[in-house]
Design a protein around this ligand. Structure first.
Ligand code: TXA
Ligand code: MG
Length: 339
């Protein structure tokens, strides 16, 4: 298959919308990461997403809407809490897990009786959903297991020959996938941390939110994940990533003691000066939003540079930094050394 990578002009958005209406898959920008979109109401179109990504069939997808009218195509029995969160955070990087509607494809829900839905804030994503007129199921546009793409070139690297079209809308501003909150249990549960923090959600709901234990812990053998996506190895570059937790001084000493051919550092901006191996940076130590913006492309740049081992600086575990830590832990296969 020939893959067209093009700027998201109005003309190209219209071409994308008509491909989507014909049941094809298109790579699209969102504010979080790029997505691989298909009509969420069309079973066969959705099947093509799983095929293009090599994604396990039991991992459900998020449906993207551009208006509240579209919500009932995806979800049903929508609670007051859901409306409160939609009012506070939509359009934006928050996904809610709600009881599913009968219209959304079974493949999107992967056999569950719930559906995940969000309204993206990216103007190009909104324009594509509106032009195609249906909710779009869209996982991150990487090959299953690889870091999520935050620019169109990284989508092309993974999806060339697998999808007919990729729309280039520039770099993603958030850089990590949306926050996922489940509203179907007794208390709201955060399934995946993101730019919309647990604290911000609690403030709107006036209620405590439970953190799924899988966010910072490895699932025990046989343990069932609240969110199927959490049981898979994720976001992993080819290089072995090791998180080095401790002060900057201790980090630098540790990395220098282990520096050899193929070893690289994954540190924050301005920290490379005392290191005796090549470095890739991911944002500033004091600004977790910038870490979120750059983490996934930094992981891909490690592979481009041929790293075999990368020693990563450890993010904080609160606010937006929790999302960064959660992704880095998976990239590292939960390998953390305390120094
Ligand atoms: O920011 C994002 O959310 C991006 C962009 C493209 O919008 N999309 C994204 O999709 O990250 P994906 O498929 O890579 O991640 C979806 C996550 C998975 O962890 C999946 O298991 C979870 O959401 N999920 C989807 N439906 C669910 C459901 N019904 N119950 C629990 N978890 C669900
Ligand atoms: Mg993904």
């Amino acid at each position: 298959m020939n893959t067209i990578l093009c700027t998201a002009t109005q003309e190209n958005i219209d071409v994308a919308a008509s491909l989507l209406q014909q049941g094809e898959v298109v790579g699209i920008p969102t504010e979080t990461v790029y997505g691989l979109a298909a009509n969420a109401l069309d079973e066969q179109a959705v099947a093509k997403i799983f095929q293009a990504k090599g994604r396990p069939q039991d991992n459900p997808l998020i449906s993207h809407i551009s208006s509240m009218e579209m919500l009932s195509l995806v979800a049903s029995n929508i609670s007051e809490s859901a409306y409160q969160l939609a009012k506070a955070f939509w359009p934006g990087p928050l996904t809610m897990v709600l009881p599913r509607s009968a219209k959304v494809s079974n493949a999107v829900c992967a056999g569950l009786d719930t559906a995940a839905v969000r309204m993206p804030s990216h103007p190009i994503a909104q324009a594509i959903i509106t032009a195609s007129g249906v909710p779009l199921a869209a996982p991150s546009a990487n090959l299953s297991g690889s870091p999520s793409p935050t620019n169109a070139q990284d989508v092309y690297a993974d999806m060339q020959g697998r999808v007919p079209m990729i729309l280039d809308g520039g770099d993603c501003t958030v850089g990590v996938e949306s926050t996922v909150i489940s509203l179907v249990g007794e208390t709201p549960m955060l399934l995946r941390p993101g730019y919309v923090t647990k604290e911000a959600i609690e403030q709107v709901l006036g209620q405590a939110v439970t953190l799924s234990s899988a966010i910072v812990n490895q699932l025990a053998k046989g343990e069932v994940a609240n969110s199927p996506g959490m049981k898979y190895q994720h976001y992993a570059p080819k290089a072995k990533v090791i998180i080095v937790k401790g002060s900057l001084d201790a980090y630098q000493q540790y990395v220098n003691a282990h520096a050899q051919q193929g070893v690289m550092a994954l540190c924050f901006e301005g920290e490379a000066v005392n290191l005796s191996c090549p470095c890739v940076t991911y944002g500033r130590a004091d600004a977790p939003e910038t870490q979120a913006q750059h983490l996934f492309s930094a992981l891909r740049r490690l592979d481009d540079a041929g790293a075999t081992t990368a020693y990563a600086r450890c993010p904080q575990e609160t606010g937006v930094a929790l999302a960064v830590y959660n992704r880095l832990l998976r990239a590292a296969g939960f390998c953390v050394v305390d120094v």
